[in-house]
Write a protein that binds this ligand. Structure first.
Ligand code: ADP
Ligand code: MG
Length: 260
């Protein structure tokens, strides 16, 4: 091992020993000056570190699949205000510990958009966790049984962006709703939640089996939040519709509210 490789390893520049000879050779060919060479070499290490960090965060996130905003066809869902989604993709809501709520019927892209915003957050260095409601509930109930609910809530509150998917598909018991409330309380104004639901807020009393609790949950969720209400058609049924098996519904206008 030569002195340069040794030094790079001591500096924990793991990706450079393999790459540095090529980078320097290329730099000489391009007649770069000293500053440009330094930029090129350090830039290589930085890009690789960022890439590895993002990959590790995405692995920990337990996403159902990775989809990006670039893969989202906004022309299929003309009701969605693209500016709002682009603004969210800038992640200032994460910096401000605000929430995002995506509402709409099945198949309109709620999970896709939640995942895509999560990918942006992971790229920007934020810790991320995706939890469908049933998995969240199972984790909290199990933690309580094992006398470690506090620790579990604490762990969940460290995660910078928590995606809670599919609120409303299954009704919750009062006990589960209480656990959910405790989580919301923990994260309130401390870290962001991206939540998806097929139920409008007026139905949340039924979802949580208790109107007072539902109001308290909504209060914390919506205090600093952006709600995107998608009223379009299911993307999953798109091909069936094309084939003529389903008739087309007239898309309604979609509403976006932001409250701060
Ligand atoms: P929801 O969570 O609202 O039920 P999903 O986000 O799971 O819907 O979307 C269903 C499938 O359709 C996913 O594979 C998703 O990537 C895709 N999809 C939904 N809407 C769009 C869109 N506008 N452009 C591209 N793919 C979409
Ligand atoms: Mg979904």
């Amino acid at each position: 091992m030569n002195d340069l490789d040794e030094l790079l390893l001591r500096l924990k520049m793991d990706t450079l020993p393999d790459a540095v000879e090529n980078l320097l050779e290329q730099a000489v060919k391009e007649d770069l000056n000293a500053r440009e060479i330094l930029m090129r070499v350090l830039g290589h290490e930085w890009n690789n570190r960022r890439y590895k960090g993002t990959a590790a965060r995405l692995k920990q996130a337990r996403l159902p699949w990775v989809k990006t905003l670039e893969q989202f066809d906004f022309s299929f869902q003309p009701g969605i205000d693209q500016r709002i989604i682009r603004e969210l993709a800038g992640l200032s809501f994460v910096e401000r510990n605000e929430n995002v709520v995506l509402l709409g019927p099945p198949g309109v892209g709620k999970t896709h958009l939640a995942v895509a915003l999560g990918v942006k957050a992971a790229e920007a260095g934020h810790r991320l966790l995706f939890m469908p409601l049933d998995r969240l509930m199972a984790a909290l109930v199990k933690a309580r049984l094992e006398n470690r609910l506090e620790r579990q809530l604490q762990q969940l509150s460290y995660i910078r962006v928590l995606i809670l998917d599919e609120i409303g598909y299954l009704p919750m018991s009062r006990d589960e709703a209480n656990l959910f409330f405790r989580l919301m309380n923990r994260r309130y104004e401390k870290a962001s939640i991206i939540l998806t639901s097929n139920k409008s807020f007026s139905d949340w009393g039924e979802v949580f089996g208790d109107h007072v609790l539902a109001t308290a949950i909504l209060d914390r969720l919506l205090h600093h939040s952006t709600t995107v209400n998608i009223k379009g058609e299911s993307y999953r049924l798109k091909d069936k519709r094309k084939a003529g098996t389903i008739t087309r519904r007239v898309p309604e206008k979609q509403e976006v509210e932001s409250s701060n």
